[in-house]
Design a protein around this ligand. Sequence first.
Ligand SMILES: Nc1ncnc2c1ncn2[C@@H]1O[C@H](COP(=O)(O)OP(=O)(O)OP(=O)(O)O)[C@@H](O)[C@H]1O
Length: 602
Amino acid sequence: MSQAEWDTDDEIEEKPFNVKYMKRMMRYLVPYRRLMTAVVVIVLFNMLLSLAEPIMLAYIIDEGIIKGNFAVIHILGSVLLGIRLISWLFSFMHTRWINFTGQRILFDLRQQLFNHLQSLSFRFFDGRPAGKIMSRITNDTNAIGELINGGLITMVMETTHLLGIVVILFWMDWQLALLSFTMLPLLYWIIAKLRPKIEGSWSRSRATMSAINGNLNETIQGIRVIQAFSRGRINNEKFNGINTRNKEAFMKAVTLESTVYPLVEMIGMIGTCIVVWYGAVRVMEEALTLGFIMAFINYLWRFWGPLSALSKVYSQLLSAMASAERIFEILDTEPEVTNSSKARELPTIRGEVVFDNVSFRYEPNKPDVLHNVSFRVQPGQRVALVGPTGAGKSTIVNLLMRFYDATGGTVRIDGMDVKEATLESLRKQMGIVLQDSFIFAGTVEDNLRYGNEGATDEQLVKAGESVRLDRVVAQLSHGYRTEVEERGSKLSVGQRQLLAFGRVLLSDPRILILDEATSSVDTETEQHIQEALQTLLAGRTAFIIAHRLSTIKDADLILVVENGRIAEQGSHEQLMEKGGIYANLVLTQLSMQESVILQTST
Ligand SMILES: Nc1ncnc2c1ncn2[C@@H]1O[C@H](COP(=O)(O)OP(=O)(O)OP(=O)(O)O)[C@@H](O)[C@H]1O
């Protein structure tokens, strides 16, 4: 599937039947093959029982009611009742089993997708909207689950039903059977003409519904910006447009459906009328019995049900094909960054980091964003990455964490190429705190333990104290057990930052990466963050994407990144002496600070 399909608003709802996908979907049934075989046997047996009913009814009429033979009425009546009871029991069993296997298949598929998604590299998520990935895991798995579960059983059941009815009708009276099928071509024509229109409207209704969901999602996520820009009225109009399209598509589908199905029934009725008329003549001629005609009409009525069920399963099948393609595309995407065949555990590291002529590009056909980057960091050194926005600072960090693999050159930690280390042993020894730290739903404690589930309570409290989180926690209603809600929405930006520091401190990484704390926090929190930082950085190699002069000045090594290159490197003093880009940057910052001081003091 092309990237373009991820980018479009409407996903293709149906695809032609594909044997390969079908076989692959059927594989999910394999673990439940015994249960499914039992279901098919029961369903077929039930079908045979139900096909016997009209014939028995005919016998009751002809031999019992007309001839006044109560024994026939009693015996066959009891048999009919018995059949109903058995059918009910079997239906109960097969519905339960189908639901059970259906849920299991959905469970397996969702689990497989979820596990796989977690192993996929950043590049996969770069170009794919989260909403669409989520919809694949929920809607598309449902579509597949419904098909391999209910749909296939319906197909087996209704095809046998249909065949059984046709055979019985021809066996009873082939001329009458042919006569009753005279309406079939008309019926076929109507269904073939109108069904795609109905399906099209339903598909539009679903597509507009997903646009409604997308719009709602964006509105809730972006409510602050929406209100700040007073976009309410414009957004209402936009939503009104999508909402109207959804309503119209739904109304069209319902109107078409309510026209087609009575039409189908009416045509069925015409077929039945022909049989009644012709049958009545033959009953009067005593060529056929009343019971016979009743049974014939009964079978005829049953003929339309399977036809309509099968046509529904067919469109279900085609939409499951589209879902299968999307799901298998995800499952077939191999993680780009993986453990190589000769990957080794990275022993406890000292923290020496070397970038040796490293180049990198995010996409194969795009230009490099890093060009021949080389530097060496000694264990325990503090490195500040500075440079304009888009220069490549985060990219350097991404390569160190192996979120992506360098396209040229090598990244070495303690002399070992990171590509030769197992991902887990590498990332376990690294810690990262981003500018906007992601906090998970759960308690403060859950978030702190995220990188070290086995930490003792004392370690937890100590980590909290070390990063000044204890003062925040003291104000919370349930201390460390306080729920912080999704994304830590109950905490301020600064508090979230301290929590993220605590989390990383408890995981005790050897190399630490920090996207320097935001400036959007108050002076007191800022001071706490600075103090927390000192504890956090002690004894570790640290990479700081630095914006504040104080952090930059204190660094052991400053890397000035510009246009994907290390334009300058050295200590503050060395770079100031050089009088290049860095010195200019510092002078600009200082003059800005001075002018702010001057402005506030006048
Ligand atoms: N996932 C991505 N896919 C494609 N291009 C990307 C991706 N991430 C970053 N880039 C591009 O790579 C270049 C370097 O980006 P990077 O995020 O490393 O810059 P930065 O120096 O960290 O910037 P900032 O200070 O604004 O965070 C930019 O031109 C950016 O557009």
